[in-house]
Design a protein around this ligand. Structure first.
Ligand SMILES: [Mg+2]
Ligand SMILES: [Zn+2]
Length: 189
């Protein structure tokens, strides 16, 4: 890539509703169901050397619904399932707080993106953010990422009922992560 430093571009992926079914609070491993198409989609990003970073709000920790250990186990399972299909994520960031904690990391604050950029040498402008929630896309916009809304999880309902109230539309709307990756690979060239 053309960047003078060795900064890489990234694709930031929301977890629930984007990589896996949106099942509400994932307070047990049995509630974490990765989409059957997720691994193949992520592998295509791996192949073109875009960094793949998962960013997820897990306020169930701050609310006392489950321990932080639960989040780690889910991510272990996610990593294993992806690896079994030859896919990998380069980093996983989660915010364990709730809104009232006023942290810097809870989406739509861009804290997780900025931290990932420092720790992985990423160039945020020109990177991409994919989520099933419109509010999540703001975190990417704030730092120059292009945004893709997927229609899995909450996406279809958000798009159908709320889009007339959005101050701006996502850069792209995709049926699911596979279609999001199709678009990203075209745009990232
Ligand atoms: Mg989501
Ligand atoms: Zn936080």
């Amino acid at each position: 890539m053309s960047s003078p430093a060795t900064l890489r571009r990234a694709v930031f992926l929301d977890r629930d509703g984007t990589i896996a079914e949106e099942t509400g609070y994932v307070n047990h491993l049995s509630r974490f169901c990765i989409f059957p198409f997720a691994a193949a989609a992520i592998r295509r990003l791996n192949d073109v050397e875009l960094a793949v970073i998962v960013v997820t709000n897990q306020s169930g920790v701050a609310r006392g619904f489950f321990p932080e250990e639960m989040v780690r186990r889910v991510h272990e399972k996610m990593t294993q399932v992806l690896a079994a299909s030859g896919a990998r994520v380069d980093g996983i960031y989660y915010c364990p707080h709730k809104t009232e904690d006023r942290c810097e990391c809870r989406k739509p604050h861009p804290g997780m993106l900025e931290r990932a950029a420092r720790e992985h040498g990423l160039e945020l402008p020109g990177s991409f953010l994919v989520s099933d929630r419109f509010a999540d896309l703001d975190m990417g916009r704030a730092v120059g990422c292009r945004s893709v809304l997927v229609l899995t999880g909450y996406g279809r309902g958000e798009y159908e009922w709320n889009r007339t109230r959005w101050p701006q539309l996502p850069d792209h709307v995709a049926e699911d992560l596979t279609a999001a990756v199709d678009w990203i690979l075209q745009e990232a060239r």
